[in-house]
Design a protein around this ligand. Sequence first.
Ligand SMILES: [Zn+2]
Length: 149
Amino acid sequence: MLSYAIAGSQYSMYKKPIEPKAPSRLASAQQRTDMSEYQELRSQLISMLEELDERLDKITDDVRHTDKPLEQDFSEQAVEAENDQVLDALGNVTRDELEKIRLAIARIDDGSYGICTTCGDDIKKERLAVLPYANLCIRCAERSEHKSH
Ligand SMILES: [Zn+2]
């Protein structure tokens, strides 16, 4: 056990450090490393996308009453109309979310993921962990929220 450990450390002493291939690698390699870090996230986003797509399909089916009879009395129709409004709103939220996820995947692909689209600052990792499709840093998000209220 001990001799193995010593042998191992001796080996690592003789091991050559990996040398940079070119001086210009810093910026581009950095970017590539960052994006490969997002590959797992990318597949998560894709499964979110598929899930939402399915959900949206169901919502759309519900709004169209594809599996319901048309004859109803007035109160049933009123409830139905109310449900439609809820489903409509839900559909809009889902569509909105779908669009954001699609954009996030596109940003991973073009290497701009994690960068605020308004000010160009890095979006904090903690924020991306909570909101993986965030395209604004917390400051810009707060600012745009204030604007719209
Ligand atoms: Zn920003």
